[in-house]
Design a protein around this ligand. Structure first.
Ligand code: ARG
Ligand code: ZN
Length: 874
């Protein structure tokens, strides 16, 4: 029973005002709703009113104050239908719900005893009967009543307009949200929480109160989140002219949350992981993650809330755009090259894999069964790439003009991706029709490049060709921006296209590929160049180009574009590793290409690269990424090849790595600043290489770093190497870490995750034991992801162990979790999506697990959709 994009219809009824009263209780909670409604002109005169509702016990329903009796309405399992309610009316309902039994964590539920909500995409219908669709926007007024002792804090969207006492030790708060919003942005929080306060003065001079709400023991971990929020608010004013629009902005951290965070109007609810940080509990990467998720949810206030989506097929309208905005922000806050490398690595590892498997879909899907399954890396990350391409085509100023027009036209509306594209096009007098095909394109397109140098004419002709994704039929031609530079023997060359009078650009030109094949002729090219292609990853495509290893080594050493240097190094590393894997399979002796070793040595010694860039350049492509470049993923050969290469590099670079390790020891206490992050990144990379050599004094470096570190970045890095190394040190440090942190859920998640991701050959056996550890709790999404998610989705070598026990472990947990939290179970079952990419034995094993899951009676539609797609004929 899929829902199709083409079937969209405007609603027959809409809701202008919503009055809610929550009586929160330990056993039952009661929700009184009064909806001011009217028929829209989309409706036939006597259209029935069909409200959504799920897991609700209906106590009473009244129309214009008159209580309806059972004959006046139809109650279905997920609907409440009222025949011909009239053109304008007030509908009141009273329902009972049981938040304490809500393990799906969708709708109103309890986490650590506190009440909280998650309504996107379709959770509001689990709170009250409603038109639970984003194109119904209403003004909300909410009264929350609860026991004062159990729930001293009562929060909802908007401004607190009244509070007071009630009989029996109860109290209430009333919240009004002046801005019309769709139901998915509703939020309520009630419980025993502490506030970490701050403020922000907007550019027009209003003071906004900022509040971060956490459990009492976490009050000393909020400073970074608050700073990140303030920085985001300033940045959106400066970069996009967007100011905040309420007097208060609240963020609540909860420990049980299906996703990262949620942008509810004025009351964000966050996975605690993206709020809480203290130097001894959170790593440098955690700090970055918090900064970007806080920014993401804040930026949604304009891209998502003030202008929202007409229907869920348009999800990338808000998500792709908001990810793009949070990336621009992160680039501005730190190193643009480091940020871009991280984004592209993630895109290639996860989104390209999704694109080549059974869940492949366009950034704007054409159909879905369970919307929650489409909060994907394609909708988010590829969606952000599509926005980025439009910015590349329009330029920074043109993009800003387009954004301004988008807000001007659509403030307060629920719109489509086409509306967004039209605003960008109209503001710039540009045609983005062909570009629009990116919204329906499935899979990763291929761009082939060929360069011909004509020494006599001193010209270089670059031919670019676009091809559909591998194994997919020819598709409509896309509009693809390809950023290029030319590197001569003495450095970058000026770029003068034939027909132009002078070179232009700052050494990079954006070529627009719109035909199947196009040639671009550069003139006055004095020597045979190496082309630096797809700089900054200007389009989410697979690039195919004939380049020698020597060309790649030259780009890796000298491309002026930091991203392209990294990218060239990764391609070189990938070739080296794939050749090694072939050697493993053919039982040939292994030797690491000396030219590659030399290129790595040069990176390590380069005075112009910071530590973070060096660490990224010297991290070899991961096994999942390498597998994407094989016909059949050679699980064991890839693993052996990569392990061999790491050790060979460590052997060859032992002295410089050791010198870096010793010379970059910490000075003074932990500080979260650029230079310090760079230092830690490089030093911990050096440590990771050195420990693979297994020499007692090198292993000893990790052991003492683990014990001496004053911060989680360094202690986690040491722990990770020691887990991979194994031996008695491993058990000792794991026991110590557990003893120190077992009461701290976010840190204990790291303990599980590091063991689940380990390259050590006994990881599977240990994962099986960990799944029975008393601290493992499948019902907590963070804990489930840290063991089962990390193992199934990130540890290719161990998950795909030949005997199939890795597959069985993940399938068992999917089946155990599905009856309680299908959304998270559906995420975990995605580990089986790439099953067709493996050898016959592994295919057989995964297929058997998929079939076992599919045969489970009462399987949720979330997991059913993923499994059915995986098993459908390719
Ligand atoms: N809108 C949230 C964000 O990206 C994500 C919510 C996803 N929720 C879900 N049930 N799939 O910021
Ligand atoms: Zn989002």
């Amino acid at each position: 029973q899929p829902i199709f994009r083409k079937d969209y219809r405007r609603p027959d009824y809409t809701i202008d005002r919503v009055d809610l009263r929550f009586e929160l209780g330990e056993e039952v909670s009661r929700v009184h709703a009064t909806l001011s409604m009217r028929r829209t002109d989309a409706a036939a005169a006597a259209a029935p009113l069909v409200l959504d509702g799920e897991n609700l016990v209906l106590v009473r329903v009244a129309l214009d104050g008159r209580e309806l009796s059972a004959g006046d309405y139809d109650l279905g399992p997920t609907t409440l239908t009222i025949r011909d309610p009239g053109a304008e009316f007030t509908l009141s309902t009273l329902v009972e719900i049981r938040p304490q039994d809500n393990l799906e964590l969708s709708g109103l539920y309890r986490s650590s005893g506190n009440f909280c909500t998650q309504c996107e995409a379709e959770g509001f219908r689990r709170i009250t009967y409603f038109l639970d669709r984003p194109d119904v926007m209403a003004r909300y007024s909410v009264v929350v009543e609860a026991d004062r002792a159990k729930c001293p804090v009562l929060l909802a969207n908007g401004n607190r307009v009244a509070t007071g006492e009630l009989p029996d030790g109860r109290h209430f708060a009333r919240w009004d949200d002046p801005w019309p919003k769709p139901s998915y942005l509703f939020a309520l929080v009630a419980g025993d929480l502490r506030c970490f306060p701050g403020d922000f003065v907007t550019r027009s001079g209003r003071t906004v109160r900022l509040e971060i709400w956490v459990e009492a023991e976490n009050i000393d971990r909020c400073a970074h989140a608050l700073r990140s929020l303030q920085a985001s608010m300033r940045w959106d004013e400066e970069t996009f002219g967007r100011e905040y629009d309420l007097d208060i902005y609240m963020i609540v951290a909860v420990s049980d949350f299906n996703m990262g965070a949620m942008e509810n109007k004025g009351l964000n609810v966050f996975n605690a992981k993206y709020v809480l940080a203290r130097p001894d509990t959170a790593t440098d990467d955690d700090y970055d993650g918090i900064e970007s998720v806080i920014a993401h949810e804040y930026f949604h206030n304009w891209t998502g809330n003030r202008v929202t989506c007409r229907d869920w097929f348009q999800l990338t309208l808000k998500e792709g755009l908001t990810v793009f905005r949070d990336r621009l922000f992160s680039a501005d806050m730190g190193s643009p090259a480091v940020a871009r490398i991280g984004d592209v690595l993630g895109l290639r590892t996860n989104q390209f894999a999704e694109d080549s498997g059974p869940m492949a879909h366009p950034i704007r899907p054409e159909s879905y069964i369970e919307m929650n399954n489409f909060y994907t890396t394609t909708v988010y990350e590829k969606g952000a790439e599509v926005i980025g391409m439009m910015r590349t085509l329009l330029g920074e100023a043109g993009f800003r003009r387009g954004m301004d027009l988008y807000f001007e036209r659509h403030d307060g509306q629920a719109v489509t991706c086409d509306d967004f594209r039209a605003a960008l096009a109209d503001a710039n007098g540009r045609d983005l029709e062909q570009f629009g095909r990116w919204y329906s394109q499935v899979g990763t397109p291929i761009v082939r490049a060929r360069g011909d140098y004509d020494a006599a004419a001193r010209s270089y002709t670059l031919t670019l060709e676009q091809a559909p994704p591998r194994g997919k039929p020819a598709a409509e031609l896309l509009h693809i921006p390809v950023a290029v530079g030319l590197l001569g023997p003495d450095g970058p060359l000026p770029l003068k296209l034939s027909g132009e009078t002078a070179a232009s650009g700052d050494g990079t030109r954006v070529l627009e590929l719109r035909e199947r094949s196009q040639s671009f002729r550069f003139e006055e090219v004095l020597a045979a160049p190496v082309a630096s292609l797809l700089r900054g990853f200007s389009a989410p495509v697979e690039l195919e180009v004939e380049r020698s290893d020597a060309d790649l080594a030259r780009l890796m050493a000298a491309d002026p574009d930091a991203f392209s240097r990294w990218d060239a190094g990764q391609e070189l590393g990938r070739r080296v590793l794939l050749r090694l894997a072939a050697d493993v399979e053919a039982a040939r002796p292994l030797a690491l290409d000396p030219a590659f070793v030399a290129a790595c040595a040069q990176i390590l010694a380069d005075p112009n690269l910071d530590g973070s860039l060096k660490a990224l350049a010297l991290t070899l492509p991961n096994e999942r990424l390498l597998g994407q470049h094989q016909q059949v993923v050679a699980v064991d050969a890839l693993h052996e090849a990569r392990e061999f290469a790491v050790k060979a590099l460590a052997t060859a670079l032992r002295e410089p790595l050791l010198a870096i390790y010793h010379s970059s020891a910490p000075q003074g206490v932990y500080r979260i600043e650029r230079a310090e992050v760079d230092r830690r990144k490089l030093r911990n990379l050096a440590l990771a290489y050195l420990v693979t050599l297994g020499e007692p004094e090198l292993v000893g470096l990790a052991v003492s770093q683990f014990h001496l570190a004053d911060n989680m970045t360094d202690s986690e890095a040491a722990l990770a190497c020691l887990i991979d190394h194994g031996g008695p040190e491993r058990d000792a440090v794991l026991a110590e870490f557990h003893r120190r942190w077992h009461k701290d859920p976010l840190v204990l998640d790291k303990w599980f995750a590091l063991q689940a991701v380990s390259s050590h050959p006994d990881t599977l056996e240990r994962a099986i034991l960990l799944a029975d550890h008393p601290d493992f709790n499948l019902l907590n999404p963070n804990r489930a992801r840290s063991l089962i998610g990390v193992f199934g989705l990130r540890n290719q070598h161990q998950f795909h162990r030949k005997d199939g026990r890795g597959h069985a472990l993940v399938a068992d947990k999917v089946l155990a979790l599905d009856p309680h939290n299908p959304q998270v179970a559906a995420r975990l079952v995605a580990a089986f999506n790439p099953w067709r990419r493996f050898d016959a034995a592994r295919q057989h094993s995964m297929r058997a697990q998929l079939e076992r899951i599919a045969a489970q009676p009462g399987l949720s539609k979330s997991v059913r959709e993923i499994v059915d797609r995986a098993l459908a004929p390719a």
